[in-house]
Design a binder for this molecule. Structure first.
Ligand code: UDP
Length: 410
């Protein structure tokens, strides 16, 4: 596994660590339990890091020195691709034991093209997010353009990888539409949630654990606090909700769990906005936390709100549902697959806070509606465990073995 710009050992929820880190950690652990030996290569970010760390039995994470120590903007990492590739190839000294190279995000894929070709093994690539799709969401989200090098790199990778793993049919379609991907080389393998960590539980006990009264109506945003994820929509919607239903004011809490990611001023801007809207006292920002703690937040929440402008899948949506908490999500990217509309949650077209406020009002005031969605939530999530993901990936690996077919020049 190549995961150059971020390591599965990192705490997801801030910086560059998010769903992809969870993905790599979860699939590698499970692949190892099925008998695979897995090595993950990531860029060393500190001089103190040991060269190799065991993530789980059968999974080693190798820190490859490539560029200066410290966190670097991932858009600057292209200039360190060569030393990264060189570091990965040095493992040849111990023989070349790999059957398949799996790249995560386009940067690792660019390294993977060279590494897989040299070793004569297939390159399987997971893009995780696509620059062209992100750029389409840009005007509404107010985020900056993706670098040209990424756009070119992704296009090259789509031509070069033996197989692309797409999270959803929507991503497969985006790969074909925006990158001209050959559909026969794209396989859809949905990600999942850890159904043993994310389990339903007592809402009042979870609220108590968070130090909140048991009649609290908790609206949860979990993930990296960045404009593309639309946390502003939740704050504006919550303000409208208490404006329309002042009787909810004493019970409503909005929790944002996660840290900033590439936009250090964003948390402060959101708190400022909450103050301007008169709901600063309702908003708490709790910083990034572990999956186990996050499960407590999901259990405590009345709804998890995922108002993203772009989302290739949305692990948070599945984790929340696995805890029996309905999701209110934007109808973008993979979210319509992650959330079953009207069964496990609600999907909203666009990002108008008024629409979110209306759906939130129904969720917090209509007990029967909430109860139906909460029951459907766990049922839906049960179909999205990581073991199904690993089944799908093993099929992909098996079917590519011995058929490296990279067609484009490195
Ligand atoms: N996450 C976490 N701690 C936090 C916030 C988020 O462990 O404080 C995890 C969360 O459990 C989820 C991942 O980060 O698995 C976010 O994945 P998602 O697909 O929702 O968003 P992405 O980061 O891929 O954009």
């Amino acid at each position: 596994m190549l995961s150059m710009h971020t390591s599965p050992l990192e705490q997801p929820g801030s910086g560059d660590a998010g769903g992809m880190n969870v993905y790599v950690a979860e699939i590698t652990k499970r692949l190892a339990r099925r008998g695979a030996a897995v090595d993950v290569f990531t860029r060393a970010t500190s001089l103190d890091q040991p060269p190799t760390v065991e993530l789980a039995p059968g999974v080693d994470v190798h820190h490859i020195p490539a560029g200066p120590a410290g966190e670097l903007d991932k858009n600057s990492l292209t200039r360190y691709l060569c030393p990264f590739i060189f570091g990965v190839l040095r493992t040849e000294a111990a023989g070349q034991p790999y059957d398949v190279v799996h790249g995560h995000y386009w940067l690792s894929g660019r390294a993977g093209v060279t590494v897989a070709r040299r070793w004569g093994v297939p390159l399987v690539q997971s893009m995780h997010t696509l620059a062209r799709v992100k750029d389409l969401a840009r005007p509404a989200a107010g985020v900056s353009a993706e670098p040209e090098a990424r756009l070119r790199g992704e296009a090259h990778l789509v031509r070069s990888a033996d197989r692309i793993v797409a999270n959803t049919p929507v991503e497969a379609e985006q790969l074909a539409q925006h990158y001209g991907a050959d559909p026969s080389r794209v396989t859809i393998v949905p990600p999942g949630a850890d159904l043993e960590v994310f389990t339903p539980g007592s809402r009042s006990a979870a609220l108590a654990e968070l130090g909140l009264p048991t009649d609290t109506l908790l609206l949860l945003f979990a993930g990296r606090i960045q404009r593309l994820k639309g946390p502003e929509v939740l704050i504006r919607a919550a303000a409208q909700l208490v404006h329309r239903h002042p009787e909810l004011r004493n019970r409503l809490v909005v929790a944002l769990v996660g840290g900033s990611s590439g936009e250090p001023a964003e948390p402060r801007r959101l708190l400022q906005l909450a103050a301007e809207l008169g709901v600063r006292d309702l908003v708490r920002m709790d910083g990034p936390t572990s999956g186990t703690n996050l499960a407590t937040y999901y259990r405590a929440a009345t709804a998890t709100v995922v108002p993203s402008h772009a989302e290739s899948f949305g692990l948070v949506a599945v984790e929340s549902q696995a805890c029996g908490t309905p999701v209110l999500a934007a109808r973008v990217g993979g979210l319509p697959l992650a959330v079953r509309e009207g069964i496990s949650g609600v999907l909203v077209d666009g990002h108008d806070p008024t629409d979110y406020a209306s759906e939130l009002a129904r969720l917090v005031r209509d007990q029967a509606w909430w109860g139906r969605l909460a029951a459907g939530a766990r049922q839906h999530a049960e179909r999205l465990g990581w073991s199904a993901t690993v089944d799908g990936l093993l099929d992909v690996y098996q079917s590519t073995l011995g058929t490296p077919a990279q067609s484009a020049p490195a």
